[in-house]
Design a protein around this ligand. Structure first.
Ligand code: NAD
Length: 354
């Protein structure tokens, strides 16, 4: 179980260290885990002038899974675009062909009060968004800004999906649905967009391989509304790159804290990159106050989706639930009456619960 550990910038190294502690416990308990470190983002730029250094990419390619912290920081904002930390992240996703992005959205009963929605709307919420990550408007050609026939500037991007791109991410969505409550909702805009019409056709074709999964379809505008009206109606949501970008951010806020949510980005062979959904949080970096649970939960996803170690994944998730139940809170999820702890102490508590 070769893991490339890329801590990155800001709070990245602090939160990754806590997940590494957890992985070391699993190694002590017998899993053949090997971890190697490399720089990415601003750290890569500082080391060799490249946000994705060659040796980092080589290490990631040779590994079975990548554990990533976060990249970016104000120090790098003035660099030209190809040298910025965020480009390192986009490039590694593309280079490793990580086309399926999984974002679980789970509300811990004790944290339901942290949501901006009423507790009864979100308590018990547990859904999974499967977002296509390497196609759609973000990569489609042609794109650009030109002067049009009327002599004014015009911007354009192309929404484009080949059926093979839809099929491979649909398979991942259905396979995940099979492991959960066998319900999948495909979200697009087939009433208006041809790309979505094809998306829907291919999803229906793919569904024939998964007769046990109940498939439904929803237009993206309705899905955006339903996510705040009655989010518990969903289990797995399958969607394209741009719709998924927006819906997954909306859904993450149902839980109230960005510091609790992990993610996975997978290729066709279930190799994956695992990272918290938050950024490098320069405002709290180096203060030992970041919430490491999103990164620890990302390590649990790694056990489940790349290594097929469901039991190890369950153990980590149970340990996280235990520390929440014990009342331990980092500052982002702290409410009166609970014990406030730092990043390292939270990591230690999860290790103790393990
Ligand atoms: P951010 O997610 O870093 O921070 C947003 C807010 O949430 C901040 O107030 C921060 O303190 C808080 N926060 C984030 N993670 C937290 C945690 N684990 N525990 C407690 N509080 C937490 O987003 P931003 O401020 O918009 O961006 C900061 C930098 O991160 C930028 O350079 C941006 O480009 C980069 N970024 C990177 C990624 C990534 O690496 N995947 C994602 C988003 C942003």
């Amino acid at each position: 179980m070769k893991i490339a550990v890329l801590p990155g910038d800001g709070i990245g190294p602090e939160v990754v260290e806590q997940a590494v502690k957890v992985l070391r416990i699993l190694a002590l308990d017998g899993l053949p885990i090997e971890m190697d470190y490399a720089a990415i983002g601003g750290a890569g730029y500082d080391e060799v002038g490249d946000p994705l250094p060659e040796n980092t990419l080589a290490l990631a390619r040779a590994a079975d899974a990548v554990l990533l912290g976060a990249v970016g920081g104000p120090r790098y904002d003035a660099l030209e675009r190809p040298l910025r930390p965020e480009q390192g992240l986009l490039r590694i996703r593309k280079e490793l062909n990580l086309f399926a992005n999984l974002r679980p959205v789970r509300v811990y009963p004790e944290l339901a009060g942290a949501s901006t929605l009423r507790p009864e709307v979100v308590t018990g919420l547990d859904l999974m968004i499967v977002r296509e990550l390497t196609g759609d408007l973000y990569f489609g050609q042609p794109r650009g800004i030109h002067i049009n026939a009327d002599g004014e500037r015009e911007g354009y991007n192309t929404m484009r999906y080949a059926e093979s791109e839809v099929r491979r991410v649909a398979h991942i969505g259905f396979q995940i649905a099979m492991k959960r409550s066998k319900k999948l909702c495909s979200v697009e805009k087939a009433n208006v967009l041809e790309t979505s019409e094809l998306w829907r056709e291919v999803v229906i074709e793919t569904a024939r391989d998964y007769p046990d999964v109940a498939l439904s379809h929803m237009y993206v505008d309705n899905a955006a509304m339903q996510l705040v009206r009655h989010p518990k109606q969903f289990d797995v949501i399958l969607t394209g790159n741009i719709f998924g970008d927006i819906l997954s951010d909306e859904a993450s806020m149902l839980t109230g804290s960005i510091g609790m949510l992990g993610s996975a980005s997978l290729d066709a062979a279930s190799k994956g990159m695992y990272e918290p959904i938050h950024g490098s949080a320069p405002d709290i970096a180096g203060q030992d106050s970041a919430n490491p649970l999103a990164t620890i939960l990302s390590a649990a996803m790694m056990m489940r989706y790349t290594f097929g170690q469901d039991e190890a994944a369950d153990r980590i998730e149970r340990a996280v639930s235990t520390v929440i139940t014990q009342g331990l809170r980092t500052q982002d999820i702290h409410t009166p009456g609970h014990q406030r702890v730092g990043c390292a102490a939270m990591g230690d508590a999860v290790v103790a619960a393990l």
